[in-house]
Design a binder for this molecule. Structure first.
Ligand SMILES: NC(=O)c1ccc[n+]([C@@H]2O[C@H](COP(=O)([O-])OP(=O)(O)OC[C@H]3O[C@@H](n4cnc5c(N)ncnc54)[C@H](OP(=O)(O)O)[C@@H]3O)[C@@H](O)[C@H]2O)c1
Length: 397
């Protein structure tokens, strides 16, 4: 009998995490779940644990799970739940999961900087990674990819664009450029004025993808595409000038590559994250799994492409600049943007200010070349603090 692949999911209660569990439910005979980790949604985590019977769960909530005493969010509290799984907490809990060599693969699907340390821990332990958490590569792509090479670890991208490129590339040395598609988000054909006055509800109304709030706002400003350019640079080792963005509103072509001879290979599929998630966690095998219907060009009828409007979406240019500067520039961009997105979601700033604030903080940053991981985290904390203070001052003015 085929051996089951042992998997843990960091961020199992989120958009990617829950869809990954839907994939695994369809492929029950292929997977054994070692651990499920979430943040604050302990109710959902518990339901998932009851259904999928992991050996460990990990959460980051100050509220105790049933049968658990009050716990610190920092210390690793290991308890037997009485349900057959052990309960871990906090960052230490995540790192413990990622040190467990029983895992064949770990899906890193949490949001934000929290993904970086567990990913590095898993790599050090020789465990393959299915990577959804884009902050990991945006913050510390050089360090992460170097560690993966050193430990012979595969990093399989979950992001649909990078997953597409991963599927297209046969011989990377013969590829001239990467072409990353962007749906264009909810403001693609709206005026700059309409975008400036957009409400949170409008920014969260993505026409194609149902995702977590942070990435959805990044899709509205197109910063998400900027972060993806940086991810692509690290994952595939291409110069920034050889990574192109094209707007493709239908989100059917997930990305493409151009070979030296002008041949273009693209990956197509219906806009569902189930497909790249399944590809990443089952790689290199393919199964029917979550597939619900067959692809039909006739049903899709047309595919449109257009150049991005960099005046309306200046975030993409800013991300190119950060990527080319390298060092801590991309960690700075990520931290300033994320804090500005949170402020927008809290109603403290307007959508367009996300770019303006991020650019101001970014322009003032003194880049550290070849930073250590501690220097990256230090920059991350200081930039977040600075961005939050700047937003406070703006609101007082
Ligand atoms: N959604 C997509 O379609 C998509 C596509 C491509 C890439 N990505 C990337 O994938 C990542 C996740 O995106 P998402 O849309 O799934 O976000 P999401 O829905 O907001 O989910 C985030 C997950 O991270 C968990 N989390 C937060 N803090 C945590 C902590 N301290 N410890 C452990 N878990 C923690 C959350 O737990 P609680 O909810 O329990 O607090 C939740 O499970 C992001 O980096 C995003 O850019 C997402």
């Amino acid at each position: 009998m085929e051996k089951k692949r042992k998997i843990s999911i960091i961020g199992s209660t989120g958009s990617i995490g829950t869809q990954a569990l839907e994939v695994i439910e369809k492929l029950q005979d292929k997977f054994e779940i070692i651990a499920l980790a979430g943040g604050k949604n302990v109710e959902l985590l518990k339901q998932q644990a009851e259904k999928f019977k992991p050996k460990f769960i990990c959460h980051n909530s100050p509220l105790p799970l049933e049968g658990e005493g009050r716990i610190s969010t920092r210390g690793t509290s290991v308890r037997n739940s009485g349900e057959g799984y052990k309960i871990l907490t906090g960052t230490e809990g995540l790192e413990e999961i990622c040190s467990n060599k029983e895992n064949d693969i770990i899906l890193v699907a949490c949001s934000g900087k929290i993904g970086l340390k567990p990913t590095l821990k898993a790599i050090e332990n020789g465990i393959d990674i299915a990577l959804a958490n884009k902050e990991t590569l945006v913050m510390a792509g050089d360090i992460v990819m170097e560690a993966a090479k050193k430990h012979g670890v595969k990093i399989i991208p979950v992001d649909s664009e990078h997953c597409a490129i991963h599927q297209c590339i046969k011989d990377i040395n013969q590829v001239d450029k990467l072409i990353i598609t962007a749906s264009g988000g909810p403001f693609l054909h709206k005026s700059i004025e309409e975008m400036k006055n957009a409400t949170v509800k409008e920014a969260l109304a993505h026409p194609r993808w149902n995702m977590g709030k942070k990435i959805t706002v990044d899709s509205a400003t197109l910063m998400n595409k900027g972060l993806e350019i940086i991810e692509a640079h690290h994952l595939f080792g291409f110069d920034y000038d050889d990574i192109e963005v094209v707007v493709h509103p239908q989100s059917i072509v997930h990305s493409a590559i151009e070979y030296k001879d002008g041949s273009v290979i693209a990956q197509l599929g219906l806009p569902s994250m189930h497909i790249p998630i399944q590809y990443a966690i089952t790689y290199p095998e393919r199964y029917e799994g979550i597939k619900s219907k067959s692809f039909s060009f006739a049903e899709i009828a047309r595919l449109d492409f257009e150049a991005p409007d960099f005046e309306k979406f200046p975030t993409v240019k800013l991300a190119y600049k950060a990527g080319k500067l390298g060092g801590t520039a991309t960690a700075c961009l990520n931290a300033a943007n994320e804090e500005a997105v949170f402020a927008f979601l809290d109603g403290k700033i307007k959508l367009y200010q996300i770019y303006e604030i991020t650019k101001k903080i970014f322009d003032e940053h003194e880049v550290i070349k070849n930073p250590t991981i501690d220097e990256i985290f230090d920059v991350d904390s200081k930039i977040r603090e600075k961005t939050k203070n700047y937003i406070e001052k703006l609101n007082q003015a």
